[in-house]
Ligand binder design. Structure first.
Ligand SMILES: [Zn+2]
Ligand SMILES: [Zn+2]
Length: 394
């Protein structure tokens, strides 16, 4: 064996991080044995269930709206009182301090799927991206705050980082025991709102790094493994629209359509409505539709190339229709570009009138509508193309 092989093998299995390994194992084992046993033999009080859901939601939103969209991505700005609440209940979720979590996550986006840069690269398998990355001292898991200067300037972030352990102990042991004592169901509240809540919050969040990079669709981009998945969105307060999130990570929304399940974006919008949040980042609709259509053209083109290898009926007609659609797509984009230039030009010259703004918005809406209609047509066209390809044995 050469020296390099030895080095690679050694990196493959760095030493075990016993603190996280024991912590994850014990809480998980307790959640699947002691919790149901206690439920069957003693039953859980209403207070235990209420605190379970309250803390589960408080932890969940502190991670999604706080750790993730506010601190890791700067998708909006929040009042100090909101940041304080997120920092306390985020620490309770026991996923490390904001500073470590957010700097890791920025690396995840920057080096997504690169095994030597992404701390939880999905290319290293389900187990690694789900939990394995935290169980050993992997090189990619080392603390590196070089991408977190802005976080280090936030006193709440630094306070939480410094006093992380006391906050964790107070919220995970002190708080459930106190609530249990007040409700007269000490162990019931501790087991549901303390242990089960922690384990569920852990694995729901971890699914975003594992399952949301394996299971689902890729409507916006297929350059990385991130997937959109409404089932995961339901479990993770909207974070399951991960394919969208990886391409437009500054957007405060992960589910971009109003009807898609994303309670985190509703929470942020509500906070903004009552003056506790501001500067909500939104990617323009045209940009989003452009990405979806570009992806459809890419898929249709790939199908056409596949079809070119063998005789497929109507292939030429389909190719022609695709070319026409592409031309119309380019024309719409050119129109959008011109409109945008005119608008910014007008604004620069301080000529923008109220009616001009209204007409600009109407025009933009029309362009978005046209792109959406084209997306429907492209769906049908691609479906037809795929049907034709299946008709022909390879
Ligand atoms: Zn992210
Ligand atoms: Zn991801």
């Amino acid at each position: 064996m050469t020296e390099t092989t030895v080095a690679t093998t050694a990196e493959k299995k760095p030493p075990i991080n016993w603190v996280t390994t024991i912590l994850f194992s014990l809480t998980f084992l307790c959640a699947i044995t002691v919790v149901p046993w206690y439920g069957f033999t003693h039953g859980f009080s209403a207070a235990a269930w209420i605190w379970f859901f309250v803390f589960l939601a408080a932890n969940g939103f502190s991670i999604t709206a706080g750790y993730h969209r506010l601190w890791a991505h700067r998708a909006y700005e929040a009042h100090w009182s909101v940041r304080l609440v997120f920092s306390i209940f985020g620490a309770m979720a026991l996923q490390n301090s904001i500073l470590i979590w957010a700097t890791d996550h920025r690396r995840h986006h920057r080096f997504v799927d690169q095994n030597d840069g992404d701390p939880y690269s999905a290319k290293r398998g389900f187990w690694f991206s789900h939990i394995g990355w935290m169980l050993r001292y992997w090189k990619t898991g080392r603390n590196d705050f070089s991408n977190g200067k802005d976080l280090q300037a936030d006193p709440i972030v630094m306070f939480q980082h410094r006093f992380y352990l006391p906050i964790v102990l107070a919220t995970n042991i002190g708080l459930p025991l106190l609530m249990g004592w007040l409700a007269g169901d000490l162990w019931g509240v501790f087991l549901l709102a303390g242990v089960l809540r922690l384990v569920l919050n852990h694995h729901f969040t971890f699914f975003i790094n594992s399952l949301a990079h394996i299971w689902g669709t890729q409507p916006y981009n297929d350059n990385n493994t991130a997937r959109d998945n409404p089932v995961l969105a339901f479990l993770t307060y909207g974070e399951g629209y991960h394919n969208f999130h990886h391409i437009f990570d500054r957007d405060y929304r992960n589910a971009v359509r109003w009807w898609q399940w994303d309670p985190t974006k509703w929470l942020i919008a509500t906070l903004a409505g009552i003056g506790l949040a501001g500067k909500l980042q939104r990617v323009p609709d045209v940009t989003i539709e452009r990405a979806r259509l570009a992806m459809q053209f890419k898929r249709a083109q790939a199908a056409l190339e596949q079809g070119a290898q063998r005789p497929v009926p109507q292939l030429d007609t389909l190719r022609e229709r695709l070319a026409q659609e592409y031309e119309s797509f380019q024309a719409t984009l050119a129109e959008w570009g011109k409109l945008r230039d005119q608008w910014y030009g007008a604004k620069r010259q301080q000529l923008a009138q109220r009616w001009e703004e209204a007409s600009f918005r109407t025009h933009v809406r029309e362009i978005v509508y046209r792109l959406r209609m084209q997306r429907r047509r492209m769906q049908l066209l691609t479906a037809q193309l795929q049907r034709q390809l299946q008709l022909q044995p390879a």
